[in-house]
Ligand binder design. Structure first.
Ligand code: AMP
Length: 418
């Protein structure tokens, strides 16, 4: 948080009132940096991930400019367009606009695939000032003549690196081509791979760059523990962990949809409510699960990486990596679900011997060693997957007298060589 206030940033009274309703007292660093720049009308390149308050960083100045200009959107002609890679993120951004703009006379709509388009088309026909969209559905609706972007003077590309991961960059370029040349453009991305830097170059005009330390905030604030446990014993260990009443609102991550379903079923068998969200669930089922988790009626959400992207739920007390992610960046995204906006949180990883290489890649990325926790399900084999001390002791032992197995292997190698 910063020591500047929202009113010092130059936001209009109805927006300040909405922020009080939301209990936002001080701007987050990205808000303090981005809002004044955006109110002046310039382009912005924001290097920031979810959890930093970036949604309000772009939503507040957009709302402010629209409300001050007094212009209203004509049918099918949004004044501002926000592009998001996933439906969940689009919905969340839409909710942000509704909340921050609740005392303004502006209209907001969110369009995304996987649901019927009729209500979306109706809203567009009435006219929306701010349109939040995923690329595929937006292009569909544009193709059918339900949306024209030639009067859209503000563009936000959110989570651009996810757009790239999910194969949307081509769609994004098509959409941008339909916008007027003279516009305000913003691009946010947690990381800056070369392709995103190139895209930013194409889309943005002399942008100011605003950066909040990527992943530094969450990783520092989150207590990160690791349990070395064989896969076959993870289920029992999870049961034990869930007995702790501190685990009030928990997201459990798995690598596969199938495993997400199984883990949710296992938890239900323990008499604890759990919901799974992943790509095979309908949009409505996912929304229901998220709503139940958000309102606290279901304390545990089991999710795959893609399904969890951009989910913004406050007060997640614990993130559990039931399976270690095979991409180290996913670990940072996963644990960023807890410790939102300055709160603290706990991340627990269950790591099987076969997942040790993933753990090593994660520890290298975050430049930190996770804290190992001893537990009842630790087998000798799990334990032997080993502390540095035992590792070096073993090395010494092997160097003086190779084990029977090593000698056998050596024999085999010599035979193969021959
Ligand atoms: P975001 O990075 O936009 O996904 O925001 C992360 C979380 O921080 C959301 O739950 C926001 O509601 C919350 N948030 C954003 N800005 C502030 C603020 N200035 N004060 C308190 N909470 C905030």
């Amino acid at each position: 948080m910063t020591d500047i206030t929202f009113s010092e940033l130059g936001l209009a009274a109805p927006i300040l009132r909405a922020l009080r309703t939301e209990n936002y007292n001080t701007p987050t660093p990205i808000q303090a940096q981005a809002i004044p720049l955006l109110l002046e009308g310039g382009d912005l390149l924001g290097v920031a991930q979810t959890g930093t308050g970036k949604t309000a960083a772009f939503a507040l100045p957009i709302l402010n400019r629209l409300s001050v200009s007094g212009k209203r959107a004509g049918p099918r002609q949004p004044q501002a367009l926000i592009l998001a890679p996933t439906r969940e993120l689009a919905i969340q951004i839409g909710e942000g606009f509704k909340a921050y703009g609740r005392y303004l006379e502006l209209r907001y709509a969110t369009v995304y695939g996987g649901v019927g388009q009729v209500p979306q088309v109706k809203a567009l026909r009435r006219g929306v000032d701010v349109l939040i969209a995923t690329p595929g559905r937006l292009l569909d609706l544009m193709g059918q003549g339900h949306i024209a972007l030639d009067k859209t003077a503000t563009l936000v590309l959110d989570e651009a690196d996810r757009m790239l991961d999910m194969g949307f960059i081509h769609d994004v370029r098509k959409i941008v081509a339909a916008l007027p040349e003279r516009r305000q453009s913003l691009l946010f991305s947690a990381t800056m791979p070369r392709e995103i830097a190139r895209l930013a170059d194409e889309i943005l005009d002399r942008p100011k760059r605003v950066e909040v330390a990527p992943s530094a905030t969450p990783v520092e604030l989150i207590e990160q523990r690791v349990y070395f446990v064989e896969t076959s014993r993870k289920r029992a260990l999870l049961g034990d962990l869930l007995k702790d009443p501190d685990l009030a609102r928990v997201i459990i991550f798995t690598r596969t949809k199938h495993r997400a379903n199984r883990v949710a079923d296992q938890i239900e068998k323990l008499g604890i409510k759990a919901e799974a969200i992943h790509g095979n669930k309908s949009q409505n089922a996912r929304q229901r699960a998220l709503a139940a988790f958000r309102n606290g009626s279901v304390p545990i959400l089991v999710a795959t990486d893609i399904a969890a992207r951009g989910i913004d739920i406050d007060d997640v007390s614990h993130v559990i990596n039931y399976e270690m992610p095979n991409e180290p960046e996913s670990y940072v995204h996963r644990i960023g679900r807890t410790a939102r906006a300055g709160a603290s949180g706990v991340a627990i990883s269950l790591c099987d011997g076969a997942e040790r290489e993933y753990l090593r890649a994660i520890e290298k990325l975050i430049k930190k060693t996770l804290t190992p926790v001893a537990h009842a399900h630790e087998t000798d084999a799990a334990h032997n997957t080993k502390t540095k001390a035992t590792e070096s002791k073993n090395k010494k032992r092997y160097s003086t007298r190779p084990s029977a197995k090593r000698r056998r292997n050596k024999g085999r190698q010599t035979r193969q060589a021959a």
